[in-house]
Design a protein around this ligand. Structure first.
Ligand code: ZN
Length: 505
């Protein structure tokens, strides 16, 4: 037994090295997105490349491999159980994955990311897909290679999806999306036929940035984002990032003519941030101290953004505070008008501007196309035409140019294939978690109205956050909600909420 515990200590000491190198890289990345002067960008790229190389070297160190093999013997002998057995298992998984992809391929992908992102940005500015197409073709070839290295026994797309949502397959995603699609299109048709037209112009009055910043900070702190263990800064494209235990950075951008932009993106990122702040400290710097999956991560951001931050009961409580924060701006606007405006459903060609109902149609469009690009059913040259066709079919309108079509998202340029579905999976899960929480805590509307958010956060910590990556996403969904991921709770929620807002029959 003493030898077992010494081995576990040695494991943690070894794992801490690559983990902390990654954290240093995270801080440099955060700085790059917030304060780094343009002149420092090139040097920052070199710093990050070296840190990534060092971290990889420590991960594939044969000494670590031997140590894990000994610990696997201890697990088999029953000397290590529960969370520590999970730690050994998850470490093995991380090591295997790190070893499977050859170093040259890792390097080629890292380089292609920089080239791809640059070409994508240039193509987008010039609205010229031809500038991006050759780089996209190269990236797809590299991702197919990576998929084959990760798991040659499954379709390439499934191997890539597994990186973000462990255990998920394209077939399962397609089944869930199929269930969603007809119902969402039906709901959307009802909304379009409704005479109700939310007054979204009220969100574009003058809302001074300084007042927005103060209000946003007060709001996310009230929800449970801990400023003793986190920060909120400005950036161009909002994100959340854990630098280390007790240090979680969230970011936003302010627009004096758009009240919703900073407010809802901040609540969203705070949802991600609260998950990161409440991961198990005891397993910090190990694979077990990580979030369960991207889908689970997005479930947290969407829960706070949509089920809390865009709900009627929440604003019944918070609206007077909002009116006071912007003297004169909303004096003539009743709370119901405000709630209708922040939930306005409008067709948009741009995914990140889409509402709760039509958002998933954007994700479905990308899922179908990226699966076909990876399998080779769709050639890179035919992407703009395929995008336009899918857009007409799903959103009822084709983009007038590629900038508002297949060049709008950065993901594919940096090799993120299999990532988009997690946005919708997370949203489905957010409502499923909310229903399970309501079964445990009773009617949540009252808590929202009176600003009692602590029980909501405590429930999420207890059922999701504190487990880190101990369970697979599927196991954790069952443990937390009583069943596997499903579309029905979200559809119930969307029908009830938008049926009331748009007075649908
Ligand atoms: Zn998110």
């Amino acid at each position: 037994m003493p030898r077992t515990s010494a081995r576990l200590d040695a494991l943690r000491a070894r794992l801490a090295v690559p983990a902390q190198l990654d954290q240093a890289a995270a801080l440099l990345t955060w700085d790059e997105a917030t304060y780094l002067p343009a002149g420092g960008a090139e040097a920052r790229g070199r710093q990050l490349a070296n840190l990534a190389r060092l971290s990889h070297e420590h991960t594939i160190d044969p000494g670590l491999d031997e140590l894990v093999a000994e610990l696997e013997g201890d697990v088999a002998a029953g000397a290590i159980v529960d969370a520590e057995a999970a730690l050994v298992r998850e470490t093995r998984r991380a090591l295997d994955r790190a070893r499977r992809v050859p170093a040259d391929l890792v390097g080629a992908i890292a380089q292609q990311r920089v080239r791809g992102r640059g070409a994508w940005a240039a193509a987008r500015t010039a609205d010229d897909y031809a500038v991006f197409a050759p780089e996209l073709r190269t990236m797809i070839a590299l991702q197919r290679e990576r998929a084959a290295a990760l798991d040659g026994a499954v379709p390439a797309y499934d191997a890539l999806l597994d990186e973000y949502e462990r255990g998920a397959t394209a077939a399962e995603v397609a089944a869930l999306f199929g269930e969603l699609r007809a119902e969402l299109l039906d709901l959307w048709r009802g909304i379009q036929a409704s005479p109700v037209r939310p007054d979204v112009a009220i969100l574009h009055r003058r809302y001074p940035e300084a007042a927005q910043e103060a209000f946003v900070k007060e709001t996310v702190a009230a929800l449970g984002f801990d400023f003793e263990r986190g920060r909120l800064d400005r950036t161009a494209h909002p994100f959340a990032m854990r630098v280390g235990a007790g240090d979680v950075r969230i970011t936003t951008r302010y627009d004096a003519r758009h009240l919703g932009a900073a407010l809802f993106s901040s609540i969203h990122e705070a949802g991600h941030g609260m998950y990161e702040q409440n991961l198990p400290d005891a397993y910090a710097d190990t694979p077990l101290g990580e979030p369960a999956s991207l889908g689970f991560h997005e479930s947290q951001s969407r829960l706070w953004e949509n089920l809390v931050g865009r709900s009627g009961p929440y604003w019944e409580g918070a609206y007077p505070r909002l009116q006071a924060a912007f003297p004169g701006a909303l004096d003539d606007v009743p709370v119901a008008t405000f709630v209708a405006a922040i939930n306005g459903v409008r067709p948009s060609l741009i995914r990140v501007e889409a509402d709760e109902v039509t958002y998933h149609l954007h994700v479905m469009l990308r899922f179908g196309l990226e699966r076909d690009l990876i399998s080779g059913v769709l050639d890179v040259a035919d992407l703009p035409a395929a995008w336009a066709e899918a857009s007409r079919e799903l959103l009822g309108v084709a983009p007038p140019d590629d900038r508002q079509g297949c060049l709008q998202d950065v993901h594919w340029s940096v090799g993120l294939f299999g990532y988009f579905p997690t946005y919708t999976l997370g949203t489905l899960l957010s409502v499923q978690l909310w229903e399970a929480m309501a079964r445990d805590l009773g009617d949540l509307d009252d808590a929202l109205r009176s600003g009692r958010f602590a029980p909501i956060l405590a429930w999420l910590v207890e059922h999701v956050h504190r487990h880190g990556a101990r369970f697979t996403p599927r196991e954790l969904a069952v443990r937390a909600t009583g069943g596997p991921l499903a579309a029905a709770p979200f559809l119930r929620y969307a029908r009830a909420k938008y049926g009331a807002l748009y007075r649908l029959g």
